[in-house]
Design a protein around this ligand. Structure first.
Ligand code: ADP
Length: 373
């Protein structure tokens, strides 16, 4: 079976690692020949995943296509889908999710709990909706890793907003941020992973570290699972989805956003769950039975982020000390150049005891630094 992946980043890289267990011929479309996934596929095609003709030409002789990022040319995927190429997930799901405005409208239409919102066309527009403040302004398309998100606590912050079609959404008093990965196959059967809890770095607005299974009361877990499954069933498409949720101080659960693909919050599933999210997506694409999502041991993920003040050829200071730890698994994405804040890799730690996990996560954060010589 010939399967294409749009995008050659670290998620594509890990997807290709899992493909080695199956009989599949892999193709990657990506502009950067040095990208993390470029050398792991059977066929690398250089090209722009946002360009209609490039995506169409890439896909027309393939059996199936999946994505590792939403910023792809959905019109080309739709044409390919009409011509019989299987797209995972279906293009209607990618199209809805790709834009935060249509994504929020989808939640509303399907009675999925998500913070109240209005659509705005400019920053100035926010002043017509002060009843929603404190709020969060989210650009419709093009934002990622917190870069398309601005907190608007009061009217004095309005100028921080986006001058493009955006969502203005009520700010939730967050107790915990969790993510749930849900798999659905072509028969409509679903499998759900235990939730991961994100600990966000408030300065960089990036993930600090992650723990899974998240430590949440059973009743909150049931609600979160029910919401995530309902949402994925509403998309009515075979594929793998990551649903990011907020648990507020009243233990109410709200959907923040969904990704129609393998997700950073599922990296630990490689070592910590029976079937990883990557293995699961291959099972869906190849029409095999769904895998076992159970956790083998609790896990933490520490991201390896380019250190401030260093730009150039990446060097991983302290790597040997981390490699000496017997429950730590290092994943370096193979990006040549480091720069401040760039995601260069991650370390997964597994341990039966949560205190040990957080202790080790902190130790690793202080042991390894991504710098340049
Ligand atoms: P991205 O798509 O860039 O990851 P998100 O929509 O996940 O952006 O938002 C980034 C972060 O901003 C979230 O992880 C959360 O901490 C905060 N955030 C987003 N929406 C809200 C909200 N409605 N209320 C409170 N905080 C929010």
């Amino acid at each position: 079976m010939k399967v294409g992946i749009l995008g050659g980043g670290q998620l594509g890289r890990m997807l290709l690692q899992a493909a080695a267990n199956y009989t599949v011929e892999t193709f990657v479309l990506e502009n950067d020949e040095q990208a993390p996934a470029a050398h792991l596929c059977n066929h690398f095609v250089k090209g722009d995943i946002k360009d209609f003709n490039t995506v169409y030409e890439f896909g027309k002789n393939l059996d199936a296509i999946t994505i590792e990022i939403e910023a792809v040319n959905v019109d080309a995927l739709e044409k390919l889908e009409q011509e019989g190429v299987k797209i995972f997930p279906g293009t209607h799901a990618i199209r809805t999710i790709k834009n935060k405005i249509t994504q929020k409208e989808f939640y509303q239409a399907n009675q999925i709990p998500s913070p109240d919102f209005v659509v705005t066309q400019s920053a100035a527009d926010i002043s017509n909706h002060t009843q929603l403040l404190p709020a969060v302004h989210k650009i419709g398309e093009g934002g990622y890793d917190g870069k398309g998100v601005q907190i608007i606590d009061s009217e004095k912050d309005i100028a921080l907003g986006f001058n493009a079609p955006s969502v203005l959404e009520k700010k939730v008093k967050i107790k915990q941020e969790i993510a749930m990965i849900v798999a659905m196959n072509s028969k409509g059967e679903t499998a759900i992973y235990p939730p991961a809890e994100m600990i966000v770095n408030p300065t960089l607005n990036l993930l600090d570290y992650q723990l899974s299974p998240a430590q949440i009361p059973e009743k909150v877990l049931w609600v979160a699972e029910a919401i995530a499954i309902k949402l994925v069933k509403a998309f009515n498409s075979a594929g793998l989805f990551a649903v990011e949720l907020f648990v507020d101080h009243n233990d109410e659960v709200w959907v923040n956003e969904t990704a129609p693909r393998v997700h950073n919050s599922g990296h630990h599933t490689i070592e910590a769950n029976h079937s990883s999210q990557y293995d699961m997506l291959w099972r869906i694409i190849l029409d095999y039975p769904l895998g076992n999502t159970n956790s083998i041991l609790p896990a933490a993920i520490v991201n390896l982020i380019g250190e401030d003040g260093y730009t150039g050829d990446a060097y991983y200071e302290g790597l040997e000390d981390v490699l000496k730890l017997d429950n730590a698994f290092v994943h370096i994405y193979g990006k040549k150049t480091t720069k401040p804040g760039r995601k260069m890799g991650h370390v997964t730690i597994i341990h039966k005891d949560y205190l040990d996990l957080t202790h080790n996560a902190n130790k690793i954060k202080h042991t390894i630094r991504v710098i340049s010589h």
